[in-house]
Design a binder for this molecule. Structure first.
Ligand SMILES: Cc1cc2nc3c(=O)[nH]c(=O)nc-3n(C[C@H](O)[C@H](O)[C@H](O)COP(=O)(O)O)c2cc1C
Length: 312
């Protein structure tokens, strides 16, 4: 598949996850076979106001051959400005978030709120497409709720507005992350447009991956299935994978290239717990790990647990 002129080989993508898909995790995902890994979403307005914390979310590594940023906002001019901004220069693709269900985003008329305002969503996409020669993609949901399903109409609008590809997460805003993903909706979206369609939702193993591919989508995006398991892509591609301990070690080392130790420890705590998912008898140690204040000590503990675990 191609997004604009960019060739995608394995048709596997790591989903953007705010507070999760840091540079360390994205590196492991692309090394294990994801074509690209989308950065955490950033606010176009925050870029406009030169927010330093926002810029920090846009660190990328050399292993990311295809760099993808995701922006959100509801002002076509500011969104277009962001596409031209210095901070996004190094990116190859810019994705627009039109699916975020978080109240603070939706109440601002951003993210999935745009599913209820197609004319404005169209203006935003058109403004971004006009502002840059880079491919603009859009990630969205099925609709606000089961009574307001707009996925097919929305997909057609994205295509008309000039999007180079779309990602459909087969859930409504009201569902957040619960309930089952709607495969029929994903199929209908795929059949409605000619641009590449990326299917997203609930892919965690071989069977769910196959189920998503059966929708006829051009590529598959994985989010939560990669938590503590960033090498899921290698597993799905039938390639050898790193051990969990190797993942932890490489994740931390990569993060230390960009951030100080204190920040890395804070950011890595949730990842440590995800990496320990499935390891038996570690509940007490998990509680200890999240309160430890020394990264070296945590790493020593993680190494011991994971090397003793036969799956680690
Ligand atoms: C913690 C978390 C953070 C997320 N942040 C983003 C985000 O920044 N941008 C976005 O488009 N989707 C975000 N999502 C949604 C995921 O990209 C994905 O659409 C959703 O989790 C469904 O896919 P999955 O079932 O494979 O996890 C987030 C999801 C989670 C769980």
């Amino acid at each position: 598949m191609k997004i604009g002129n960019i060739i995608i080989k394995n048709n596997l993508i790591l989903a953007p996850m705010a507070g999760v898909t840091d540079v360390g995790m994205r590196r492991l995902a692309v090394l294990s076979g994801a074509d690209f890994a989308v950065c955490e979403m950033v606010s176009a307005k925050a870029l406009y106001y030169h927010n330093e914390k926002t810029k920090q979310l846009l660190n990328t590594c050399p292993e990311e051959k295809i760099k993808v940023a995701q922006i959100f906002g509801n002002d076509p001019e500011i969104m277009a400005w962001a596409c031209q901004s210095e901070a996004l220069q190094k990116f190859d693709i810019i994705d627009i978030n039109m699916g975020c269900p978080a109240p603070k985003i939706v109440n601002n008329g951003e993210g999935s709120a745009l599913l209820t305002n197609l004319p404005l969503a169209k203006k935003i996409i058109e403004a971004c497409v006009k502002a840059t020669t880079k491919p603009i993609t859009v990630k969205f949901r099925k609709g606000m709720n089961e009574h307001a399903v707009v996925a097919v109409e929305f997909a057609k609008m994205c295509e008309q507005a000039g999007a180079s590809a779309i990602t459909i997460h087969g859930r409504t805003r009201e569902q957040y992350y619960s309930g089952q993903v709607d495969y029929d909706c994903i199929k209908a979206v795929k059949n409605a447009v000619h641009i590449p369609v990326i299917g997203n939702g609930d892919v965690v193993d071989e069977a769910s991956y196959q189920r998503m591919k059966d929708c006829g989508v051009d590529a598959v995006m994985i989010g939560r299935g990669a938590l503590g398991n960033p090498c899921i892509f290698a597993k799905l591609l039938g390639k050898p994978t790193m051990s969990t301990w190797e993942c932890v070690q490489q994740h931390v080392l990569e993060m230390l290239k960009y951030y100080d130790k204190e920040f890395v420890l804070r950011e890595m705590r949730k990842h440590f717990l995800w990496y320990l998912k499935g390891v038996k008898g570690v509940n007490a140690i998990k509680t200890k790990i999240v309160t430890m204040n020394d990264l070296d000590e945590v790493m020593h503990t993680m190494k011991k647990i994971l090397q003793e675990d036969k799956n680690g």
